[in-house]
Design a protein around this ligand. Structure first.
Ligand SMILES: C[S@@+](CC[C@H](N)C(=O)[O-])C[C@H]1O[C@@H](n2cnc3c(N)ncnc32)[C@H](O)[C@@H]1O
Length: 232
């Protein structure tokens, strides 16, 4: 089977990629800035993400499904010594993230404007210290459960590419996904849930900002939870 067909089959994607046409300024950033900070990927060829940043950074952190990019930009601005990888498939979200990068003049963010699983497949073992998965699409119907990003295959990949002592942060406002996360992550041999009291999962970590999705969830009366797992 040709490589392109194999990729399509392995990374079937069910979410939304295209929104309304981009405004002129955002289209400009899409055309000019994005190609300069897009992570170059060759399927099947390992990538050491440290090589994407010069001068060399202390560590690499990854955000999967960054939405509008407000959290990614906030972390990148507060940690100039860290290299950030951000993955998002929705063009409106990518464009919004590019505006944050441009406005805040961030030079420590690289973007994978594609399915995160393609990046996870090539990142070198133990190359990433921290991973954020904030409000992943819940796919709350039982028949769609296999689409959830938290699943044994993706957890194996994350375990392989994360460094021991690193942190996996998962936030969700969906009770089904919250339970699903706690049913899958702490039982994985590589991850340990670090919470000691309810404040540890009911309060957003102090170094994070509210994302667009979290704001909507709170406005609708849902209760976000923030799970932090240690990579053993
Ligand atoms: C519910 S939204 C949350 C966005 C953002 N994290 C926030 O909190 O506002 C989930 C996001 O994940 C993105 N997404 C879903 N699956 C993805 C994948 N396989 N690779 C990259 N992004 C993905 C979607 O496009 C969407 O923007």
């Amino acid at each position: 089977m040709p490589e392109a067909d194999k990729q399509r089959q392995a990374f079937q994607f069910y979410g939304r990629r295209k929104g309304r046409p981009l405004r002129k300024g955002r289209q400009f950033l899409f055309d000019e800035l994005l190609p300069r900070i897009t992570i170059p990927l060759t399927p099947g060829v390992a990538l050491d993400p440290a090589t994407l940043f010069a001068p060399k950074k202390h560590a690499v952190w990854l955000e999967i499904g960054f939405g509008g990019g407000e959290h990614l930009a906030h972390q990148a601005a507060n940690h100039p010594d860290i290299g950030f990888l951000g993955c998002e498939v929705f063009d409106g979200g990518i464009a919004s993230c590019l505006s944050h990068i441009d406005e805040r003049k961030l030079d420590n963010v690289r973007i994978h404007p594609e399915d995160a699983r393609k990046l996870l497949a090539v990142l070198e073992p133990r190359s990433v210290e921290r991973v954020f998965l904030l409000f992943p699409d819940p796919w709350h119907k039982r028949r769609h459960a296999q689409r959830r990003f938290v699943n044994p295959g993706n957890l194996d990949r994350l375990a392989a590419l994360m460094r021991a002592g690193g942190e996996l942060r998962i936030a969700s406002d969906d009770p089904i996904y919250q339970e699903w996360t706690l049913r899958h992550v702490p039982v994985h041999p590589a991850f340990q849930w670090t919470a000691l009291s309810p404040a540890d999962w009911l309060e957003r970590p102090a170094d994070a900002v509210e994302t667009r999705y979290e704001k909507k969830a709170r406005a609708a009366g849902r209760v976000p939870m923030f799970f932090r797992f240690l990579r053993r």
